[in-house]
Ligand binder design. Sequence first.
Ligand SMILES: *[C@@H]1O[C@H](CO)[C@@H](O)[C@H](O)[C@H]1NC(C)=O
Ligand SMILES: *[C@@H]1O[C@H](CO)[C@@H](O)[C@H](O)[C@H]1NC(C)=O
Ligand SMILES: *[C@@H]1O[C@H](CO)[C@@H](O)[C@H](O)[C@H]1NC(C)=O
Ligand SMILES: [Zn+2]
Length: 269
Amino acid sequence: MARFLSILPLLAGALAHEHHGTSLFPRAEQLAPPTFGYHGLTGPLNWFNLNQTTNEMCAKGTHQSPIDLSQPFLLASPSSNPQISLSNAPKGAEFINLGTTVEVMGANGTLVKQGKTSNLIQFHFHSPSEHSINGVYYPLEVHFVFQAEDASLSVVGFVIDIGGTSFEPLGALASSLGEIPQRGNETTTKPLDFARLERHFKKHGTYQYSGSLTTPPCSEGVAWTVSAQPLSVDTKAFNAFKGVLKFNARYTQNNPGEVNLLQHIADTL
Ligand SMILES: *[C@@H]1O[C@H](CO)[C@@H](O)[C@H](O)[C@H]1NC(C)=O
Ligand SMILES: *[C@@H]1O[C@H](CO)[C@@H](O)[C@H](O)[C@H]1NC(C)=O
Ligand SMILES: *[C@@H]1O[C@H](CO)[C@@H](O)[C@H](O)[C@H]1NC(C)=O
Ligand SMILES: [Zn+2]
């Protein structure tokens, strides 16, 4: 069951999937055609120039994401993980192709960190992974985006390898990708079960750092938690994700607190 979303006229402001559905951007703007891409002049090297006002941080921010997760001090033991709770969706959830990613909306969940509760807004995928771990990147990455009442964002990320049987709900989602091949396509997923993913998260350490949206406007102050242990999908599921996502990963940013690479290059040209 797939239906076509009406594509509303392009409204002012950047569409970005990282904060899609959060209070930063109302829904009408979310469905507008993307204002950025991953190649050539719409790609990550030029996001700043797409709108120098809104996207300033993409070229000047010094706490940008993604990064290579290799600094041992960023790695926390499982007991320091935020608590996440993701509700199973026996009737499925909304699954949209935004052109820049595929995204699940309407699923429920919470993240509790240092006494503060954030609610799950959406989760979406990148190929290849945006974060690398000790210099190693992975074929996929999933981002669960949570927002607290004060509007602050937390993102829980998992890199995803190929092999074995697919973690749920990744396998179920992969089987619906054929229904949303193009931007604007929307469907309802099969039942989603998060139990194994939640157990995996609790059991393994996480990299935690303060970074940014990995899409324009590259806003900072995003609390990142990336599981140190990859999830996995089987080859068929990977190929389904790859075929729809194409390439949608921002390049590795400088270490948190260090000069933005674009700023550095501009200053030295
Ligand atoms: C940049 O974004 C702002 C805020 O959405 C908008 O007012 C402005 O017109 C945009 N500038 C360009 C050059 O698109
Ligand atoms: C999330 O919770 C709301 C409110 O209880 C419910 O209407 C909705 O169906 C839930 N979403 C899913 C995907 O189950
Ligand atoms: C996906 O959207 C395109 C238009 O962008 C439409 O032609 C096509 O029928 C849609 N596919 C599905 C499976 O809904
Ligand atoms: Zn993302």
